[in-house]
Design a protein around this ligand. Structure first.
Ligand code: 4AD
Ligand code: MG
Length: 467
């Protein structure tokens, strides 16, 4: 037989019958009878399998016997119209090559346990399941859509450092980076750790945000965005937190808080629309299997105007709800940081659509946010989504050198470490704004998955860093 080039299953399923083809992939199932076997083959290019029909007079029984769920094979044969329902075409096998057998007794992916909890324990293999294939293809499409969106708007993609000496969010949730011998840490005369003898000559950590460096970019290039890994050592085992997650942080010169909100709303709607237009097969699979309101939820977000509400108003609504008998686990009063139960009440119960909450108390927000005239609140904006809570956090930035320095001092932060950042306000300071979208929070929304560990290939959470 002449050699045929492999075609991906995604293409084969759309191809016209009547040609010989070569498909390669992993066996999902094999069934059949005395005369004929049916193999469902998947190569990751689509959620759909191609059906291989094996006439047992054509393929040796000994070859067929080695093919079970999980095995990797190549099949040459004729692409023909399918007689069965469910698919347009199938392959009538003429030859099968086995690349890798798979012992069905030891294969980690067994029909009997497909719970997400179990699959997390075999995360090196779970990518081969329909669900994770769908999630990871959607993740890929979303990453592309993000770059495309900003590229088309003339934003510059800026790579900010992963190793840093500053704590952008000021929450002290940083993973330290050191090459010091932990059994023999150098101390200075005061008995403190002598970081001057560490690799960088100072204390360093993994970044919690690329924003501060992003601001340097925006105040030179105009509009930038970052898209990179972000690390937070917060010990929270929730379905919405990862210790390593990806964040998209646009930062724009000459944007005020209104422009910032407009961009955030347009951006996120664009991404959801992109998913509906480009990932429908995978979304439909997730919708039909796990959550049949997913598609509806996605469509409703792109068709609705987000509510824009000051924090103070949000607190008033929550207090009113409590007065009317609503019970929350955490207390509500002006000044508290909202918990996800509060955010979800506003979004899911009260407004029934996404809410952008603005003008938070200064005390619960980071040092860089623009201070309002009231002296109590800052020009912050959190975008709150159904089922997720906070999906975006951002603000207009404090452009006044005097106010920024005062705030840094009040918070007991080191001005010395931030001189390079403060310089943006010394030399040609400008009004500017930005925000951060948590990539996995976006994916939670778009895929309808319930746990953030299930929308990243290899999750990092407290006590969990395998693979
Ligand atoms: O609200 P955050 O902490 O804001 C910042 O880091 C700003 N520097 C962003 C900016 O203005 N450039 O984080 C932004 C977003 C959150 O809204 C959330 O979606 C996500 O990042 N996020 C997390 N996602 C997963 N796991 C975690 N532990 C997360 N922490 C924040
Ligand atoms: Mg936040």
């Amino acid at each position: 037989m002449e050699t045929i080039k492999r075609t991906k299953i995604r293409e084969l399923l759309k191809a016209a019958p009547g040609v010989d083809v070569l498909a390669k992939g992993w066996v999902r199932t094999k069934r059949g009878n005395k005369n004929v076997a049916f193999i469902a083959l998947n190569d990751g290019s689509t959620i759909n399998n191609i059906q291989i029909v094996v006439d047992k007079t054509q393929i040796e029984e000994s070859v067929l016997a080695k093919i079970g769920t999980g095995a990797c094979i190549g099949v040459t044969g004729a692409l023909v119209e399918s007689v069965g329902s469910g698919q347009a075409v199938e392959i009538q096998a003429k030859g099968i090559e086995i690349f890798g057998e798979c012992d069905p007794m030891r294969y980690p992916l067994q029909k009997k346990d497909t719970s997400f909890e179990y699959l997390r324990t075999v995360a090196h293999m779970r990518v081969r399941t329909n669900t994770f294939g769908a999630v990871l293809r959607i993740r890929n499409q979303m990453a592309y859509a993000i770059h495309e969106y900003f590229h088309n708007k003339g934003f510059v993609y800026l790579n900010t450092p992963i190793i840093t000496a500053s704590d952008c969010e000021g929450a002290g949730q940083m993973f330290q980076v050191t090459t010091m011998d932990l059994k023999n840490i150098p101390l200075n005369k005061k008995g403190e750790v002598d970081f001057s003898r560490d690799f960088f000559g100072r204390q360093t950590s993994l970044t919690v945000s690329g924003q501060l460096e992003g601001e340097l970019g925006a105040t030179a290039l105009g509009e930038i965005y970052t898209f990179g890994p972000t690390f937070r050592a917060e010990n929270s085992n929730t379905p919405r937190h990862l210790a390593e997650f990806w964040m998209i942080e646009p930062e724009m010169a000459f944007y005020d808080i209104q422009d910032n909100m407009d961009l955030a709303e347009d951006f996120i709607k664009h991404l959801v629309r992109y998913a509906l237009n480009n990932c429908m097969e995978d979304i439909k699979f997730l919708n039909d299997r796990y959550d049949d309101t997913l598609i509806e939820r996605l469509q409703s977000v792109i068709g609705t105007e987000f509510v824009r509400l000051p924090y103070t108003e949000g607190i008033r609504i929550l207090e009113e709800a409590i007065a009317n008998g609503k019970q929350f686990e955490y207390p509500v009063s002006w000044g508290v940081d909202l918990q996800s139960e509060h955010e979800r009440y506003l979004v899911e119960t009260h407004f029934k659509k996404p809410v952008i909450l603005t003008d938070y108390p200064m005390e619960i927000k980071a040092f860089y946010m623009k201070q309002n005239e009231d002296g109590k609140t800052v020009r912050a904006m959190d975008v709150l989504f159904p089922k997720i809570g906070e999906i975006i956090g951002g603000s207009e930035r404090e452009a006044s050198l005097e106010k920024l320095e005062k705030r840094i001092d009040e918070l007991g932060m080191s001005r010395k470490n931030l001189e390079w950042y403060i310089d943006t306000r010394r030399y040609g300071s400008c009004p500017h704004s930005g925000f951060g979208l948590g990539f996995e929070r976006l994916l939670l929304f778009v895929t309808g998955m319930a746990n953030i560990r299930d929308v990243i290939p290899f999750p990092r959470t407290p006590k969990n860093a395998e693979y």
